[in-house]
Design a protein around this ligand. Structure first.
Ligand code: C2E
Ligand code: MG
Ligand code: MG
Length: 888
């Protein structure tokens, strides 16, 4: 394909594609401009041509008018003269040709003639001929030459036709060489009889000389004709033409001699050239003045102008074409780059794209669409009808509906934005969006939204369901509750059961999260098994669950449900080979009995659950108004606790630790006491957890530590002081520093300070805790493991950190001495401690029997009301002094 054909094809394609776009307007505008330039130039040239011809004509016209006037005057003078000669001749009483001849052929008459014609420029002057045409007198010569004119036409016409008074004719001259224009007048007798002729003759040269003096340009001519068409004289002179008759040929040519005044254009009979012609007849003579100019000469200036105009126009058009070409090339380049980009963009799109025109024909289709439905590019291509595309999809299996009704549906809504998601046979979800286009068609995008929709569904599910148990979460539960609350108006009661798995934290921390998670899943399944289809089980987070029991406010019914839940949960759970027994605390709020608004009901259920917990767990409680008061009280206590340190409301009491073998006090445990200004003595079991919750324990613990060290520094001998350290203090990381400071300030020997920690310290963050314990050990202080046996895996801690002492929890001591008591456990602990060189302290020894058994079991120390409860420092001092005294 040649470049130009390719270019044309490309141009056509682009113009088609971008029709209505600037490119079309550019091309149309360019052509209009070129046409306008060409037409304008042609019109101007034509107008200039006409005006050149017009002015040529006008100039010829004025020339002939001037000449006619000139000759009219000149010939008028001449005829006056001629007439006066005739009058002169006729006045001689001549009545016959003979007398005329005799009268005329005299010298005297010659003199008269000579005088009259003295100013004439004629060749032969005035001549008189008798009735036979013989020259009888002349103004020029006397005697006259022998000349006869009886053969001349003009003579015979004057002689024979009385009506003919004057004749003009060109004849071969008889007075000299060349032609002569003869003007002849008849001389009549008194009765009109022909006497003779008086004539004069001018040579054409004379006229031509005059014409030449006007100074016409080369291509012009001036001629004098006889009215009958005979050429008398002409400039430029053409000898052969003089005397020729031109009264012939075209109508225009004839008109020159037939009409008084003519301007016309005709092919010259002289030289065949096209000429502008102006002619004017003389008033008194049968003569016509004719001026001509060749069209060529007339149009010389016009031609120069035309050349100039045409050149300018051609140059303008060329420049225009060049400009258009450059713009066009620039635009086609840009368009083709844009098209390339568009193609690239379209074909890398993740969406299938189709564009239809208003006739439902495909304009654009990208590769993705073809691939998406496995179609044939030979069918789905620009120009294909929408219906055919859908039919092809139907035939190839990616469309299963009715082609016609689908197409009618789409075509009926072309003007509106439309979006729908359809599912393909292979289960993919395709979002189809039809968007109206400006041209009356529409743009369709097909996007595979399977992943997105599934992800959305997953996200929506995740937003409303707990990932671990797949139970509805708090958000979904709230939505559910909102609907239930709204239904209260219809008289439909319901209940919220808040379920907290007791001591789940311990399981999780001690057995690991995997088992903890599995436990929660099993709890979820068990809860599901306890409720009906209209009830909802939700996980609120951690070990907290909720059951929304629909359509009941009946306590008896709810009690049955709560019992059933507790029973179901209590059944042993097997998680990854571990048998775990769990229990729960349940709080129940009934709507509308306990409230008719969501927040209120949730709070009630929560309070009831805490009440169940504080009432020893493993049970359920219905909400009661006093729970609310308890919470408020607790909050108040929190505020008061903040003030307690500043108001010196704290006091440290000391409970002696007695050596079982020697029965002497070897140490004392510092136990904090709070004298509340209104409530009196508040138990540490109540305010220590509060202080831990609020973070005040750090400050309080530091105070107790200092107080105890200072106090112990004054005690006698080797009596140690034991100080309780909360796990929260452990986490503050300044514990070792505080201990060192307290020892330093009090001057107490580090070996006399014993720190009591519970296993929770180790559960949280083993490595960190072990590091801190190590630091404390390096200070020289002793570490005791408090409340041993209450946790889950106390034994495992004994392997990990070499405690100095184990304090066996009161719960193992209280039943000692009874049948099936805990003494084997105590025994085991004592053995294990002994093996590791650890001391053992039995907590809460209240009876002599207990003491006895413990002593036998090999326990090294006891603490309990049997010997002494915790007492103020002053009393302890007295006790220690007494002991010292008795020892001494
Ligand atoms: P704990 O460390 O196990 O302290 C022993 C608790 O048992 C004390 O209760 C004590 O008065 C009580 N007790 C001692 N002998 C007997 C007995 O024979 N029978 C009965 N039933 N109880 C006996 P208390 O003083 O009410 O302290 C409770 C807990 O509060 C302590 O348990 C300790 O964990 C904590 N605590 C007390 N003072 C402090 C303190 O200054 N700092 C920290 N972090 N915790 C403290
Ligand atoms: Mg203790
Ligand atoms: Mg204890």
């Amino acid at each position: 394909m040649s470049t130009s054909i390719r270019f044309k094809a490309r141009t056509r394609a682009l113009v088609r594609r971008w029709s209505g776009a600037p490119l079309t307007w550019l091309i149309v505008g360019g052509f209009v401009l070129m046409a306008a330039t060409a037409i304008g130039t042609a019109l101007t040239v034509d107008r200039f041509r006409r005006s050149a011809i017009e002015s040529g004509r006008a100039s010829l016209e004025s020339t002939v008018r001037l000449l006619a006037r000139h000759f009219d005057r000149e010939f008028a003078d001449f005829s006056v003269l001629q007439k006066s000669i005739i009058v002169e001749l006729e006045s001689h009483d001549i009545d016959s040709p003979d007398t005329f001849r005799s009268e005329m052929a005299t010298l005297a008459m010659h003199e008269v003639l000579r005088a009259k014609a003295s100013g004439w420029s004629d060749i032969a002057g005035a001549n008189v001929f008798d009735s036979n045409g013989v020259l009888i007198n002349s103004s020029k010569r006397w005697p006259v030459a022998d000349i006869k004119i009886s053969d001349r036409g003009y003579f015979n016409r004057l002689k024979n036709d009385p009506a003919s008074q004057e004749e003009v004719e060109v004849v071969p001259g008889r007075f000299g060489s060349g032609q002569a224009i003869v003007f002849a007048r008849r001389i009549s007798g008194p009765r009109g009889e022909f006497l003779g002729v008086v004539s004069r003759a001018i040579t054409p040269d004379l006229l031509e000389e005059f014409f030449a003096s006007i100074g016409l340009s080369g291509e012009s001519s001036i001629a004098m004709h006889h009215q009958n068409g005979q050429l008398l004289a002409r400039v430029p002179h053409v000898e052969a033409m003089i005397g020729q008759n031109f009264h012939r040929g075209s109508a225009e040519q004839m008109a020159v001699f037939d009409r008084t005044f003519v301007t016309t254009q005709l092919a010259s009979p002289v030289d065949g050239k096209d000429r502008l012609v102006a002619s004017q007849m003389l008033t008194d003579e049968p003569l016509v003045v004719v001026a001509t100019r060749t069209l060529d000469a007339t149009l010389v200036t016009w031609r120069t102008q035309t050349k100039f105009f045409v050149t300018v126009a051609v140059v303008s058009i060329c420049l225009l074409v060049l400009t258009l070409y450059l713009i066009f090339r620039q635009m086609t380049r840009r368009l083709s780059i844009e098209k390339q980009r568009l193609d690239t963009a379209m074909n890398t799109m993740t969406q299938g794209l189709l564009m239809f025109d208003q006739d439902e024909r495909l304009i654009v289709c990208n590769r993705r669409y073809i691939e998406m439905y496995g179609l044939s590019a030979d069918v789905v291509k620009p120009g294909a009808y929408f219906r055919d595309v859908i039919k092809h999809r139907h035939d190839t299996g990616s469309f299963s509906g009715d082609v016609d009704s689908y197409c009618d549906g789409i075509l009926g809504t072309v003007g509106r934005l439309q979006s729908s998601v359809v599912e393909t046979r292979d289960g993919r979800l395709i979002e189809i969006r039809n968007q109206p286009s400006a041209s009356g068609g529409w743009l369709a995008t097909h996007e595979d939204v399977t992943e997105r929709v599934r992800a959305d569904e997953r996200i929506a599910h995740m937003a409303h369901y707990d990932a671990l148990t797949d139970l509805p979460n708090r958000v979904l539960m709230r939505g559910h509750l909102e609907r239930r609350v709204a239904e209260l108006a219809e008289g439909k009661p319901f209940a919220i059961l808040y379920i907290d798995v007791d001591e789940f934290k311990g399981v999780n921390d001690s057995l690991g999260h995997e088992i903890g998670d599995e436990l929660l899943r099993q709890v979820a399944n068990r809860l599901r098994s306890c409720v009906g289809p209209h009830d909802l089980v939700a996980r609120l987070g951690g070990d907290e669950f909720a059951v929304i029991k629909a359509d009941t406010g009946d306590r008896a019914e709810l009690m049955v449900l709560a019992d059933q839940i507790l029973k179901t949960l209590r059944a042993s759970v097997y998680c990854k080979g571990q048998e775990i027994s769990i229990d729960a605390s349940i709080g129940i709020a009934i709507a509308p009995e306990h409230g008719d608004n969501l927040e209120e009901l949730l709070k009630c259920a929560d309070l009831a659950m805490y009440a169940a917990k504080s009432d020893g767990r493993r049970t359920f409680r219905f909400f009661a108004a006093e729970y609310d008061a308890k919470v408020r009280q607790r909050r108040q206590l929190g505020f008061d606790l903040r003030q307690a340190l500043a108001n010196s409301e704290f006091e440290v009491h000391y409970q002696p630790l007695v050596d079982l073998a020697a029965n002497v006090v070897t140490g004392c445990e510092a136990l904090l006491r709070w004298h509340h200004p209104e409530r009196g003595m508040v138990s540490p079991a109540e305010f220590i957890p509060l202080a831990e919750e609020t973070g005040l324990i750090g400050e309080i613990g530091e105070w107790v530590l200092k107080q105890a060290c200072t106090e112990a520094a004054n005690w006698p001998g080797q009596i140690r002081v034991a100080v309780n350290v909360s796990p929260v203090q452990f986490r503050s990381k300044t514990l070792a520093l505080n201990v060192a400071a307290a020892l330093n300030e009090s001057g107490l020997a580090p070996g006399r300070l014993e720190l009591e920690v519970t296993e929770t310290v180790l559960i949280r963050d083993d490595e960190e805790a072990l590091t801190i314990l190590q630091q404390l050990r390096e200070l020289g202080v002793r570490i005791a493991l408090d409340d041993f046996g209450t946790g889950y895996s106390s034994l495992s801690y004994l392997h990990r950190f070499p405690f100095d002492k184990i304090k066996i929890d009161r719960s193992f001591i209280s039943d000692i001495g009874e049948p099936e008591d805990s003494s084997p456990i105590v025994q085991a602990v004592v053995h294990m401690a002994a093996a590791r060189h650890m001391a053992t302290t039995a907590e809460g020894v209240e009876t002599e029997a207990q003491r006895e058994i413990l002593r036998r079991l090999g326990c090294s120390q006891m603490q309990g009301y049997l010997f002494s409860p915790a007492i103020p420092a002053s009393r302890l001092k007295r006790l220690l002094s007494a002991q010292q005294a008795s020892a001494a």
